[in-house]
Design a protein around this ligand. Sequence first.
Ligand code: PEP
Ligand code: MN
Length: 365
Amino acid sequence: MKSTSGTIVFPDIQTWYPNQVAPINIVGPCSAESLDQVLATARLIASDFPNAIFRAGVWKPRTRPGHFEGAGEIALDWLKEVQAQTNLKVVTEVATPAHLNACLKAGIDMVWIGARTTVNPFSVQELAEAFKGVDIPVFVKNPINPDLGLWIGAIERIHNAGVNRIAAIHRGFHAFESSPYRNSPRWELVIDLKSSLPGLPILCDASHISGNPELIAGVAQKAMDLNYQGLMIETHVNPSLALSDAYQQITPKRLKEIVDSLVLRNPDNTDELYLNRLVELRSRVDTIDDSIIQALSQRDRLIREIGQFKKGNNVTILQLQRWEEILQRQLSNGRSSGLSENFIKQLYEFIHAESIRIQHEELNS
Ligand code: PEP
Ligand code: MN
């Protein structure tokens, strides 16, 4: 086993089980509610996706008490029925060593660690101890807050316990800003995760990112475009009657439509014409990036000069009217150049914060 500082070698998710086909779809209801609900959903899923992994929460982490907290251990028997009647592999969430032991005793195929557990290193370490000597695939969801270190740490703890078949599940992050998503995707954090743990299989939980059925297809397509290995999508035989996450679950029929409409692209292409053209386009992007940095550096030098000038004249840094002018001017510039308003706004908020920092430095130098 490698140390936490070494490079972890992750087996390709497609070699976990024979006959696995990409993308790896983990589908099924948010919660296991009854034998009938679980079986009815699983049968429909199995007829469209015989290689899918069937999910259902047995113990549900609810933010406040008084909501459906899962059926508990009896639901493991229902998942056993799914295995027996449909041949689907089954997966559920574990948050404690007791959950894991109950799953192992029942013969559940795989487990996932939920966002509210990944966030807590004590809980993850307790689980990791319980994984010692256990050869079961483990999916690690991102923590609810956008802290990449916690996500990587949880994966390392599970790996250090001797688990090899590990994949990450991206389910989005809690955000304070209003957004169309239930959990902000922050795709860039997943790209950072990929660079930190090369070879780690990553799946996208499009349901918990979206929070409503309309956004699921777009999120799933984006995950495919970013080369994710698969999807988790909450699927219920009758979503409006679901006891948890009713508003985001979809029917097996809709699931089929969404999966069928995904455009799957190749992770790479070795054709020489393609590669040459790509190199050419990328080198033009590099040249533009170089000039962006040049321009920013010239801008910073001017800002320093303004800082010194204000200091000499005993004037404060922030002049709101000037900031408004800059922003409006560049928003309008951006609009006429076809750039997204949101992008320009965020970009200029960064640039402006840096200007304030530089002037602060100059004023107090
Ligand atoms: C779930 O998958 O139903 C769930 C509770 O997910 P998360 O841990 O991502 O909130
Ligand atoms: Mn759910």
